[in-house]
Write a protein that binds this ligand. Structure first.
Ligand code: RM4
Ligand code: MN
Length: 392
């Protein structure tokens, strides 16, 4: 007798293997340029940030890696930090570079008109690859604040040449299993030109560099109304999607919890990933959060974010692919749209609660974290010292 595949069971299997990387900086203090509101019990060093991230993994089971930001997470002994992470049930993930917080970088870093400053920036990126060697990280994530504020301030094309040369030096330093992933951002902190403003620019540089260079899509780095799933589909088609920095935005680079502003957009993005078979770790697409929790508690904020990605993924997995293809092929506009919306409109929370029970987890991760006593424990323990935050 032929068995009919159960889409719920298949979705559960895929969801069990999903991996979502957490940003260390989400656990530190953050805010806007107007004010940072310090929160109680915030980590004072990378060790404590990793301990907090491990709580997110403990209650969700799908977030086993933590991305570091250098120099915010600089330590003397990265192997020791990696051991610490391992003891807590997580591992160190992507290394993020930082060429935007030094006085020398006022006019840019790798695109700066002065060769000395460009070299300083490249040296930092090479240092980051050394860190990757020590942590065993695969990816170097590059985001450049470089750009100009005024027409005529610098030569647009020459800056692209400087960027290409700097990236080449870093690319050539990568080990065989290491990658460079290049993020783009439309505007801010520069307002006239950004040197990597869009996926086209990032893609052009990544193609020129070679197969170890891929594009990162930060969902908050587009103009309002941009069709992000179109970008995702195009990059997947070219095998050039390195990963996501997930967050939500209403206006600009808001860094709010992923799936909070526009869960339908997140579903549409994940639908493209599902179709391309790009959900699993073996696909080479990194699913990362890049968020700041300015007014909400940080550990539950990260747990909620992971759950939001899981919910959007589950809905994307429930799309009836065969029926959708048939409707598309026959030009059934309304039918095709209805098939997609049926999946989106499904309440997947029971399915995810079942999955968590299956994985030996509490079906309600936020409530379980609340009951765990961790928040009270760190409140007692984290007395004195300097809280981590931007630039810490
Ligand atoms: C940037 C960019 C990077 C992140 C920093 C903190 O806007 O999104 O990915 O590392 O912010
Ligand atoms: Mn980002």
């Amino acid at each position: 007798m032929q068995t009919i595949p159960d889409p719920t069971a298949t979705a559960q299997d895929v969801l069990r293997g999903q991996r979502i990387e957490l940003p260390s900086w989400a656990f530190g203090n953050s805010g806007t340029r107007f004010k940072v509101f310090p929160q109680q019990d915030v980590p004072r060093d990378p060790y404590e940030k990793i301990a907090d991230a491990a709580q997110v993994q403990r209650f969700t089971g799908v977030a086993p890696t933590v991305a570091l930001h250098i120099p915010w997470d600089r330590v003397d002994d990265y192997a020791h930090l990696a051991d610490h992470a391992h003891e807590l049930g997580v591992a160190l993930g992507t290394i993020n570079s930082n060429t935007f917080q030094d006085n020398d970088y006022m006019l840019g870093s790798v695109c700066h008109p002065d060769a000395r400053v460009r070299q300083k920036a490249v040296d930092h990126l090479l240092d980051c690859v050394d860190v990757m060697d020590a942590t065993g990280s695969r990816d170097l994530k590059l985001w450049f604040a470089d750009g100009t504020n005024y027409p005529g301030q610098d030569d647009i094309r020459t800056r692209q040449d400087r960027l290409a040369a700097s990236l080449r030096t870093v690319y050539d330093r990568l080990g065989p299993d290491q990658r460079l992933v290049l993020e783009y951002k439309l505007f801010e902190p520069s307002f006239y030109t950004m040197d990597v403003p869009d996926w086209g620019t990032s893609l052009v540089h990544c193609v020129a560099l070679g197969p170890k260079a891929k594009v990162v899509v930060d969902t908050g780095h587009h103009a309002p109304g941009t069709n992000i799933e179109f970008i995702v589909a195009s990059l997947l088609r070219l095998d050039k999607l390195g990963g996501f920095d997930f967050n939500s935005r209403f206006y600009a680079d808001d860094d709010l919890m992923v799936g909070s502003a526009d869960p339908f957009q997140l579903f549409r993005i994940l639908h493209e990933c599902v179709k391309a078979g790009a959900l699993g770790p073996e696909s080479g697409v990194a699913f990362m959060l890049d968020q700041c929790h300015n007014i909400e508690p940080k550990i539950p904020g990260q747990i909620r974010s992971v759950m939001n990605v899981q919910e959007a993924t589950a809905k994307a997995l429930l799309v009836d692919a065969a029926a959708l293809s048939a409707a598309q092929a026959s030009g059934d506009v309304l039918g095709a749209n209805a098939i997609l919306m049926d999946a989106y409109d499904t309440d997947v929370r029971p399915l995810l609660a079942d999955l968590r029970r299956d994985m030996g987890l509490d079906p309600d991760p936020i409530a379980a974290y609340g009951r765990s006593g961790y928040a009270e424990r760190i409140a007692e323990e984290r007395v004195g010292g300097n809280q981590a935050g931007w630039g810490a």
